[in-house]
Design a protein around this ligand. Structure first.
Ligand SMILES: NC(=O)c1ccc[n+]([C@@H]2O[C@H](COP(=O)([O-])OP(=O)(O)OC[C@H]3O[C@@H](n4cnc5c(N)ncnc54)[C@H](OP(=O)(O)O)[C@@H]3O)[C@@H](O)[C@H]2O)c1
Length: 245
């Protein structure tokens, strides 16, 4: 890994020609990661749900490198073919990194007070869609170079934090995503590296203005994860360091 990748404004080619698919690339952690990955030489397909927000990101990201966009709503069944078509069209059906970054937090209450349906909505985007996107893009990943999957979890979903009486569905979704990460890591050992990523509490639409960190810091953590030794799999990472589940 080149240390210059961590310095804003300094162009590093640490991901040169790496074919990356990022969900939630229209804003927040995903947008900053797309910026940093492009500056690091990656070729990027970025997905999001809102076409106008994604288009605004496209205009900027294309000035940084090869960026393609795909609109897909992870809350709706049947989004996967759009992702496969984008990888086929732009990367000849080959993918090196799937960065499952998109996430949702439709409710913030404790488990007894969340509106009905919160768990279903949250699990669909944060867990089920991740699983289905992995399934859909696995053939492309298996053609890739040292391919890897990075699943964006949260400190809110650790074993220590899942007991807290707030953000109930969100915590449970990330706790389950950690389990899904471990399960896929076991199934794909030696073929695709699968790790979980905690971007930290950062200032985004989801993190809010009082968050202590910035999405630029999260993006550096994501880049570090993309550059881990290929043999590293089934682990949980924050700021380039392994953390506890
Ligand atoms: N911010 C934090 O403090 C924090 C802390 C720990 C973990 N995380 C995790 O980090 C990831 C990124 O969070 P963020 O703070 O950057 O969030 P954000 O600013 O709210 O951005 C969320 C991104 O996910 C996309 N997205 C949401 N629902 C979607 C759907 N149904 N279909 C397709 N795309 C969808 C959004 O696309 P649209 O623009 O189209 O809606 C947007 O690009 C999430 O997985 C989150 O759980 C964040």
């Amino acid at each position: 890994m080149s240390s210059s990748a961590n310095s804003p404004g300094v162009v590093s080619q640490s991901l040169k020609n790496c074919r990356v698919f990022i969900t939630g690339a229209s804003r927040g952690v995903g947008l900053e990661s797309a910026r940093l990955f492009l500056r690091s030489g990656a070729r990027v397909i970025g997905a999001a749900k809102d076409p106008a927000r994604l288009q605004a990101a496209v205009e900027e990201l294309r000035s940084l490198g090869e960026f393609h966009s795909v609109v897909m709503d992870l809350s709706q069944p049947g989004f996967e073919p759009a992702a496969v078509a984008a990888v086929t069209r732009h990367f000849d059906g080959v993918l090196d990194v799937l960065f499952n970054n998109a996430g949702t937090m439709p409710a913030q209450q404790g488990v007894s007070n969340e509106p009905a349906g919160s768990l279903e909505k949250t699990l669909q985007v944060n867990l089920v869609a991740v699983h289905n996107l992995i399934r859909a893009l696995l053939p492309a990943l298996l053609e890739g170079t040292k391919p890897r999957i990075m699943n964006t979890s949260s400190g809110a979903g650790t074993l220590a934090a899942v007991v807290e009486n707030s953000l109930a569905s969100y915590r449970v979704s990330k706790f389950a995503l950690n389990g899904l990460t471990l399960n896929w890591a076991g199934a794909l050992k030696g073929r695709v590296a699968v790790n979980a990523f905690d971007p930290g509490w950062v200032k985004t639409a989801m993190g809010g203005p009082n968050a202590p960190g910035t999405p630029q810091e999260s993006a550096r953590g994501a880049l570090a994860l993309a550059l881990l030794p290929f043999a590293t799999t089934g682990k949980f990472w924050k700021d380039g360091r392994e953390i506890s589940w």
